[in-house]
Design a protein around this ligand. Structure first.
Ligand code: NAP
Length: 304
């Protein structure tokens, strides 16, 4: 029986683990893929205090080493169901079943799909959701990036060091990313490295066994054009990973509702980071959520 099981080893889960382990709790972290969550696919982190510049994978590795050197137990298993009805929570994975007094949900979010023809068929054959993972495959090639948030702008910056040319396709004429990134992207546009395709939507990914182009609809003029590209990087935000949880309250966008102490509507179940209905989804806020939750979990364990 664990005092707490933490699902997810992104910054929120790892911070919660760090605090609970230091408080002497018996905890287990369950992770279905690799530690770090979305940090791993972030090229440049420039807004995490203490580091003027660090790549996300290095930050993830440091956090992971920090918790494992303290003796935190991490198991690489995928959670398939959770029974949260009783005081003792039962967590089933693809390999085992565990019991715990408290659960911290830090499952984060997954890439949103465009849901257009050709996208699924050509995923990993030119369609990618991770420029830092797959960008190197397109050295001196022509690529497109879809989106207008920080992720898409960062993807363009990363790809500008690899690809010959980048089309940045956005459904509006204004980017929602940070000004500092917009300025850098605009510089690259002026250098001819990036072409903006605004007020436009990718409506089809073209190619038989690999991407050869995209069909793009201009929403103002209602005309379509075909742009020849070797890859399409989709960076249109994320959706919360909540499929395995029943009985929790969600907001309209599907994020798990929490109070300011990271309590969910179920006693003994806490949640934080990108999967929760937080205002800001950053590494630093995810860490803050993990720390806040650890305090609430400690208090709960003292009383129960
Ligand atoms: P985001 O900020 O939600 O941006 C998603 C973008 O994709 C928006 O521009 C949106 O257009 C567009 N979009 C959404 N659905 C679409 C669809 N079906 N078709 C076409 N376009 C679509 O997501 P994100 O860029 O992944 O960032 C997520 C969070 O992580 C944000 O809070 C961001 O600041 C943070 N982040 C921070 C950093 C950093 O600070 N270094 C790096 C990466 C991410 P509209 O603008 O029209 O809605």
């Amino acid at each position: 029986m664990y005092d707490c099981i933490i699902i997810g080893s992104g910054p929120s889960g790892m911070t919660c683990a760090l605090y609970l382990k230091r408080a002497g709790k018996n905890i287990l972290v369950l992770e279905k893929s690799m530690p770090g969550g979305q940090m791993v696919i972030t090229t440049n982190v420039e807004n995490y205090p203490g580091f003027s510049h660090i790549d996300g994978a290095s930050l993830a590795t440091s956090m992971f080493q920090q918790i494992t050197s303290l003796g935190v137990e991490v198991r690489f298993e995928e959670v398939i169901s959770c029974d949260l009805k009783n005081n003792i929570k039962v967590i089933k994975t693809d390999k085992n079943q565990y019991e715990c007094k408290t659960l911290y949900i830090a499952t984060g979010a997954s890439s949103r799909l465009l849901n257009v023809d050709g996208e699924k068929r050509l995923t990993s054959k030119g369609v990618s959701y991770c420029a830092t993972c797959d960008g190197a495959l397109y050295k001196d090639k022509i690529v497109a990036v879809v989106g207008g948030g920080n992720s898409s702008l960062e993807d363009c910056l990363y790809l500008s060091n690899v690809a010959k040319k980048i089309y940045l396709i956005h459904r509006r004429d204004e980017f929602r990313g940070d000004k500092v990134l917009i300025d850098r992207i605009t510089d690259l546009k002026e250098q001819g490295k990036i072409e903006f395709v605004l007020n436009s939507q990718v409506v089809e990914v073209l190619g038989d066994d690999k991407v050869t182009g995209i069909k793009v609809l201009n929403k103002i003029f209602s005309n379509t054009q075909i742009i020849e590209v070797d890859a399409l990087f989709v960076a249109i935000g994320r959706t919360p990973d909540t499929a395995i949880f029943e009985g929790l309250e969600f907001d309209d966008a599907g994020y798990i509702k929490v109070d300011s102490n990271k309590n969910t509507n179920i006693k003994g179940v806490f949640c934080g980071g990108d999967v929760s209905n937080t205002h800001l989804r950053q590494i630093v806020t995810a860490c803050g959520d993990g720390a806040t939750a650890s305090l609430s979990i400690n208090e709960y364990l003292t009383k129960h």
